[in-house]
Design a protein around this ligand. Structure first.
Ligand code: ZN
Length: 277
């Protein structure tokens, strides 16, 4: 039995050898995850294991404030603070390495956030948000993975691009190469999609014991930051800034840091397991 990472890195190595994968959302090239030479799990000595890589993505930033709360709280500040607190909670651990897509109040395009996760060779990408809703009664935490429909759309767009393979991959290939690349990308996509579903389920089950969840907290949607074909990705809506109670929790530094610790407690073991899976 080979691990998910072994299979994935073999696949991605093959794809990377053929060029770069397309980013469907931005119409630009996104580098694939840093390719590390795959070693079958049985041959990996414990001491040489690399730490799992978690990429946290504080939603919005800079000229994009995100949702605005009932008392003026801006989503971009809440998301940055939560991500920094999750990183703080995991500091000092040898089995996990945490990177943030932004560490200050700056605007980052969605495609660049996904590209960053690829560059870092992320085992898990978690985008943090705080929602707004027309119904101010809506409250609680929820988590999203990419919707199947979005997956299908992604696959279709990818398939469309396969017809311009020279443009997309930057190499002159035969029909067989195109087919192989499409199959490998599809396999990698299924791997990361299944891992995303597992991560979403585990995070919601764990965090749900400590904080209020939205009705039907496990959701799927066509978010651009969830479209990586290679990195398992989850988007967490930590609450609704349009709900007075949620905003109070998210505005207060102490309750916000506590929520971040609950999230860290769930996200860390999931990330480590995804590395080993
Ligand atoms: Zn948001």
């Amino acid at each position: 039995m080979y691990s998910r990472r072994y299979v994935l890195s073999s696949l991605l190595g093959a794809i990377a050898a053929a060029g770069l994968a397309p980013d469907a959302s931005a119409g630009r090239r996104v580098p694939l995850p840093e390719s590390k030479p795959p070693v079958p799990p049985g041959l990996r000595p414990q001491a040489q294991r690399q730490p799992a890589v978690l990429v946290l993505d504080p939603g919005h930033g800079g000229r994009d404030p995100g949702a605005i709360g009932v008392t003026g709280t801006e989503e971009k500040d809440v998301t940055l603070s939560i991500c920094q607190s999750i990183r703080d909670a995991l500091r000092g651990r040898r089995d996990i390495q945490v990177h943030l897509t932004r560490d200050r109040d700056t605007y980052i395009p969605l495609g660049s956030r996904v590209a960053f996760a690829h560059e870092k060779g992320a085992d898990l990408f978690v985008s943090i948000h705080a929602d707004a809703a027309p119904n101010h009664g809506a409250h609680g935490l929820s988590a999203y993975s990419r919707s199947d429909k979005a997956s299908d759309d992604f696959a279709r767009r990818l398939a469309d691009r396969e017809n311009q393979v020279d443009v997309v991959y930057g190499f002159d290939s035969s029909a067989t190469d195109r087919q192989t690349a499409a199959i490998l990308i599809d396999l990698a996509r299924r791997h990361s999609h299944n891992a995303s579903l597992t991560a979403k389920r585990r995070i919601i089950h764990g965090v749900g014991k400590r904080v209020t969840l939205l009705d039907n907290p496990m959701r799927s949607a066509n978010f651009a930051v969830l479209r990586s074909p290679a990195v398992p990705s989850v988007l967490i809506e930590t609450g609704f800034l349009t709900n007075p109670h949620d905003e109070k929790v998210l505005r207060n530094a102490r309750s916000r840091a506590q929520l971040a610790r609950y999230l860290a407690d769930q996200i860390a073991p999931v990330t480590v397991d995804l590395r080993e899976a």
